[in-house]
Design a protein around this ligand. Sequence first.
Ligand code: GLA
Length: 422
Amino acid sequence: MKKPNRFLILLAGLLVLTGTACGGSDAHSDSSISPYTLPYSVPCPDSTGADESGTPASENSDVSEETQEDTSSEENASSLPSLKDFYGEHGMKAGTCLTPQMVSNPVYSALIKEQFNSITMENAMKPDSIFNKTQSTKTGELVVELSRDVIKMLDFAKANDMAVRGHTFVWYSQTPEWIFHEDFNLKKDLVSREVLLERMESMMQQMFALLEEGGYSDLFYAYDVVNEAWMEDGSMRENKWSTIIGDDYLWYAFYYADKYAPENIDLYYNDYNEQFKGDTLVKFVNTLVDENGEYLIDGIGLQAHLYTQDDLNSYFKTMDKLAETGLKLQLTELDVCLGAWQNTLEASEKNLKVQGRYYYNLVNGILERVDAGTISMDALTFWGFADHLSWRREASPLLFDRNCEPKYAFYGAMQMKEEAGF
Ligand code: GLA
């Protein structure tokens, strides 16, 4: 095993202590500082010599990645029941977010292949990763590209029969400032409404064309067109898109996405703290219609960044209210921290059992509704799989522990009541 890099661990520790790695007091208050770009501090155990970044020690050697991944998947196959099989019985995919490091790490990728059949790129398809600034400046037009990381993850999905959720186009965060300026030059003025609408349209047109040209279009079944546009008090979140274009930037986002997305890709609005935004979101989606009154949107993504002390009844009430719109719903970024917002709890046996029961009850309520046909949900995505890789790692929110061993939470999500901590 390669020696851990002490500087990186210290840096990660510092960020966790200062709260930046988990978003501090407001989980979403500062997602411009992305914990995802931090090195992972604790690897799952494996025999491959993976270092703390999740990169196998042999990655730079002559052994090809493909060879490594192929052999390891056999080696690491476990006897656990799988989320994808179980959710499949209810017509749903089981998803996880994905990073290129996870793909390269044989232990992580084996677990992902075993448990999940849908992926969302944790960062690589966010606006700050899809534009080529040099080419944009040179040509005077916004240039979209698929990075090596994106291609690596799409190839991984393709090779392993996994579907993909696109995430995300229009967002206030993780979006480069220069796309809002004339000539893509920060020193120049902000562009006009017309120019920004053109750039928005072009971003979507290019992305869908690139996916088609690369032979990846068919993998996609959902795309988050807009992320996090509404506040808990019902007001619209201010951002560069709204300031330059006006409030109808949201309608145009769905109008353009609908114009260019192939039929197989459902178009989603995705948000957090959804349990406080039910009425706002119902009102909002009702505005997303074309001239014939047909929806330009297909589904509402509930991020589901929850806490074990969050009230599940009010969560289900919101879900039922949103389902009445007739749109699909998906849980898109599920993780359940121990405790409450601003008061997370330690990973004691007792708290982990509470979490197992919470996952059980949450998934149980969803499956009941899916089976009864009162909500239409074709996928449930977890925001990762192992606690130490999570953006909220200090509150142990996921299904597997740092050793990639299943927690009570896993059995809760699998509806195995006895094993789930009851
Ligand atoms: C939101 C975004 C995700 C991720 C998380 C954590 O939920 O949709 O992509 O950035 O915040 O920062």
